[in-house]
Write a protein that binds this ligand. Structure first.
Ligand SMILES: [Zn+2]
Ligand SMILES: [Zn+2]
Length: 256
């Protein structure tokens, strides 16, 4: 694996280790481009900040620390600094200008909540989703991709829906067709493989293969030992082969 664009830091409150530990493991395993994409900070009107995101007061340190490490490891690895962010229609402009102001170099879309997120807060991985919620997830992801600001879509198959195959396939197809048309790569999430989550979901990747989507691997490292994951890579490669997916190893970074 040549590049990994999905890396977190301890500042999101659910990851461990120092950035330098992650970088060393990536270098040892031959990664040439390493993107840091911690959960984007955002202060909602009223002052709320999501617990799983970098808090606004830590954002500058995130950027500065990574810029210093980029200099330190120059020539060994290329470090790019961005965020993983949701697309929430009513907040998007503010969220985008916020990460731009911080100096983010790229964004990946990770739709962990549907609709406008806070204050409804329906998680994409929550149980008991309805068909309407599924459509809301797909609509949000498609609109997000259409902004042209996200370089790829992280764990596109994270929405938890096990009730009805017909509805699942319809929504997955809608998402995949939009990604194909907009030329946005879809991420096979290696942390999902390692943690035996409900994603990567084979039914989704079957459709992605039929539609002809571009796919990319992302480690989604929340600890240094996941900054490279040989075992999960083997399984991800099997998925690529099985569904004839168009694997890419380097991203076209979309300007913010
Ligand atoms: Zn996370
Ligand atoms: Zn994520």
């Amino acid at each position: 694996m040549y590049a990994n664009y999905h890396t977190h830091t301890f500042r999101c409150h659910h990851a461990t280790g120092t950035e330098e530990e992650y970088i060393k493991i990536a270098i040892e395993n031959g990664i040439k481009i390493m993107g840091f994409s911690d959960h984007a900070p955002f202060v909602y009107p009223g002052g709320f900040q999501a617990g799983y995101c970098v808090h606004a007061e830590d954002a500058e340190d995130y950027i500065d620390t990574l810029k210093a490490l980029r200099e330190k490891y120059k020539g060994k690895i290329e470090i790019i600094i961005g965020f993983e962010m949701e697309y929430y229609p009513i907040y998007f402009d503010d969220m985008l200008s916020n990460v731009k102001k911080l100096g983010a170099e790229y964004l990946i879309l990770g739709q962990h909540f549907i609709g406008n997120g806070y204050p409804d807060g329906i998680g994409s991985c929550s149980p008991n989703h309805t068909e309407e919620m599924f459509s809301c997830y797909t609509d949000g992801v498609i609109e997000g991709m259409k902004t042209g600001k996200f370089s790829y879509l992280a764990h596109p198959d994270m929405f938890l829906y096990a009730e009805n195959d017909e509805i699942y396939n319809r929504e997955a197809k809608r998402l995949c067709e939009a990604a194909k048309e907009l030329e946005i790569p879809l991420e096979i999430n290696l942390l999902g493989i390692h943690s035996k989550r409900h994603y990567p979901k084979e039914a989704f990747w079957k459709i992605a293969g039929e539609v002809g989507c571009k796919v990319i691997f992302g480690f989604d490292a929340h600890s240094a030992d996941r900054a490279y994951d040989k075992e999960s890579l083997k399984i991800a490669e099997k998925i690529v082969k099985k569904y004839n997916l168009k694997l890419i190893d380097e991203l076209d970074i979309k300007e913010l």
